[in-house]
Write a protein that binds this ligand. Sequence first.
Ligand code: MG
Length: 288
Amino acid sequence: MNLKRLLLCTDMDRTILPNGNQPEHPEARRCFHEFCQQPEVCLVYVTGRHQALVEQAIIDYALPLPDYAITDVGSKIYYYIDDKVQEMSAWEDQISADWCGQSHAQLKRAFRHIRELTLQEEEKQNRFKLSYYLDLDIDKDEIIAQMAAILHDLGVHASLIWSVDEPMHVGLLDVLPQNATKLHGLRFLQQHLEYETKEVVFAGDSGNDLPVLGSGINAVLVANASEEVRALAQKMASDGGHTTALYLARDDTFSLGGNYAAGVLQGIWHFQPEFRTSLTSIGFQHDL
Ligand SMILES: [Mg+2]
């Protein structure tokens, strides 16, 4: 009996979506799409996007439909069944305790005197996600410290997640329940679906992926990631004693290079040797 299976969890923007400055190999997404058609692969998108923008990306970039989507930086989880999408209410029940009864509106009011914060658009907010833009020339650590002090005084258990939208050249600062990051969402799904940790591979490229990249879950950082994120991911993995669980995709030894979806496939090649035959059969080549 063949027991190999894979819970493939991947960020979207600039991880499988080639919407960064670096080039994408023309075969990379076709290979990714074909790879994900195998019944042994359970595909999870793990993204800062909200559900409608996930759907849009799937259409715009001809991506495979996932089995699950952890959206809004971890504050919502959806499952796909018969081409329909349903929210997992059990996840919202689980994360709601962290905000200790405070509403989205109450938290927004608590931060309104911090002039540097610009509220993101309405569709990027939800009951458990309060999201701001912050200019890149502002000291983000100072702002995050101010916000953390306010949250502490309110008794709210929150994660403050910083990321950079490089094409827009703006910082993204998300206030989430402490247990509603991409990492917590992924752990919840792993447990819910009864996958062992060795059966999970995560792929990402930027700041809101760091909690997973440094967590000890087998994870690949795509080659188009910035030097800053590469250094932070390596430091987190090293500090946590998880260096073997972090793979940095490379540009030089694989026929499709290491950017975007090709980098994700490299991670699978590295962590899941039992899938190498199927990778080779769809045209993914290791050149060494
Ligand atoms: Mg990304």
